[in-house]
Design a protein around this ligand. Sequence first.
Ligand code: GP9
Ligand code: MN
Length: 409
Amino acid sequence: DGSELTEVKNYISANYAEPDPEMFGIAKDRNLIIISLESLQSFVINNEMKGHEITPFLNELTRDPDTFYFSNFYHQTGLGKTSDAEFIVENSIYGRNGGAVFFTNSGNTFHSLSERLGDNGYFTSVMHANNRSFWNRDIMYQAFGIDKFYDVESYEIGEGEAVNWGMKDIPFFEQSVQLMKDFPQPFATRMITLTNHHPFDLDEEDMIIPPYDSNSNTLNKYFQTTRYMDESIKVFFDELKKNGLYDNSIIVMYGDHYGISENHNKAMGMYMDKQITPFDNAELQKVPFFIHIPGYGKGEVSDELAGQMDIRPTVLHLLGIDTKDDMQFGADLFSPDHEPFVIFRDGRFITTDNIYAHEVCYDINTGEPTDGEACEPFIERTATELGYSDLIINGDLLRFQDEDDKDDQ
Ligand code: GP9
Ligand code: MN
């Protein structure tokens, strides 16, 4: 009932991080483009494979003055994979443990990022060249209040333009910009890439770099599809510029979840030249996070410890939209009060000093197990936070939120 909502709300208010006035609203009234980068992990960024750059365009962006790149940023998804990442971006609330919230709770009330943007005059959409019912997206997007879903039916997939799971990223981005030209402005769209998806198949003509040569075919091909996806983003930026949509937009990009699972530890160990421990596996959950603001000029690389929960408040604040009363677990990355603490859906967590994985409290600098004392308070905090998130989802608590806000006034 409403009293549970109050309890969760108190926890969330206590963790609210006020925006930095220097950053609040710096992208006001611009179009917002959020790109979900399929299976992209941070270990490929500014790295090489057999002498080949894996992500040259994204690497360049990490050094671009119009870009903030977050190098110490984690995904927080569970079994719902891409859809969990979408859920987190929209709501800054955890998905489900052991299931996909997109399937189990699409009947809930949400106050999503898209809803807030819609209330602020934005035309909201998702662009993804797959069937609309995959991950139950069509139903969940209605619950999020998204104006339009440009699914596979909105695209023309010509000969040689599909591979693996469907439409290739390059034609996807090219056609998406043509669709975008007709969007009412300001618009907010979330674009979901597809080519860099397990089993990482690619047509020969799209293989820009050779495969790796470990015992894992999956990892070997992953570098090639990642290289292709990087190329597709470059094409996208060029198309935005050519079509006059670049200067008045901000482009936010995040890796949705890992692409290389623990089943490939041996091959990853070969690539990283070390034995992969549960400590390393937790660190490998780092995904790239970029905020690109054309013309801004003061971007930098930030090593602030953060995660996907932080995307919603950060983006809304950049657009000049306040989130003080929102039920969200993340915090604005530019706020001086942002807390460097990341909780994974499965109960692992990262602090500035430790990584907690499989009930071992590791020292973050050495990777060695500790006596565990430093992790104790965070174990409790993690249980509380995940518990409150589950309470919101299972109790459909956000349906009480509007009444509650009225009572406060
Ligand atoms: C499918 C795409 C991939 O539409 O989003 O989903 P995933 O398997 O990564 O969750
Ligand atoms: Mn995915």
